[in-house]
Design a protein around this ligand. Structure first.
Ligand code: HEC
Ligand code: HEC
Ligand code: HEC
Length: 100
């Protein structure tokens, strides 16, 4: 096989891989599992921040903190939730909440 032909094949393969990977990334954020929080937290009052708007009878956090499907930027909520589960021995695997 000629060297130039070989290089061509590698270039094609690399480009294809890049296209596939960016498609996966752009496809959106990793979906959350069902009952992502209640699997570990039975009492939502305990994990509600002390400074938090009145919510009445406590409902699932994600009933209000719903991500905007058109906006893949982290929200204050997701930043906070990621942070508290990264601290020391509370560190969780991504798959504890997300279904990748
Ligand atoms: C695999 C178990 C697990 C899952 C799933 C999980 N957490 Fe946690 N979370 C913990 C542990 C362990 C801690 C640290 C101990 C504690 O405060 O209960 C914690 C702490 C927290 C805290 C801090 C509480 C405090 O006292 O400051 C918040 C807020 C919180 N979790 C919210 C959530 C939300 C919202 C979800 C769902 C998106 C979630 N957690 C899913 C295990 C989990
Ligand atoms: C009834 C609706 C509602 C529910 C249920 C709810 N929240 Fe909130 N939360 C809000 C509102 C409104 C704010 C003020 C900021 C905003 O507009 O996002 C807020 C703010 C926060 C903030 C500060 C960061 C931010 O987004 O501004 C955290 C952290 C938070 N909530 C965690 C929780 C957790 C954990 C739960 C579940 C235990 C929960 N919330 C349930 C409505 C809700
Ligand atoms: C305690 C549960 C929990 C864990 C553990 C967790 N996430 Fe998340 N993640 C969330 C929640 C809640 C949201 C916001 C709601 C949504 O986007 O569906 C979120 C959103 C995201 C988003 C969308 C952008 C954003 O921040 O809103 C990305 C990307 C992400 N997570 C990646 C990860 C990765 C990578 C890991 C492992 C290092 C991880 N998450 C671990 C709960 C978790």
């Amino acid at each position: 096989m000629h060297v130039r032909q070989k290089n061509g094949i590698y270039t094609c393969a690399t480009m294809l891989t890049c296209v596939l990977m960016s498609t996966v990334v752009l496809a959106g954020e990793p979906p959350l599992k069902e009952n992502a929080c209640s699997a570990c937290h039975k009492d939502y009052i305990k994990i509600m921040p002390q400074k938090h708007p009145e919510v009445g009878s406590v409902k699932a956090c994600l009933s209000c903190h719903t991500p905007d499907p058109a906006d893949h930027e982290p929200t204050n909520f997701s930043v906070e939730i990621h942070k508290v589960h990264k601290a020391g021995k509370n560190e969780l695997k991504c798959a504890a909440c997300h279904s990748f």
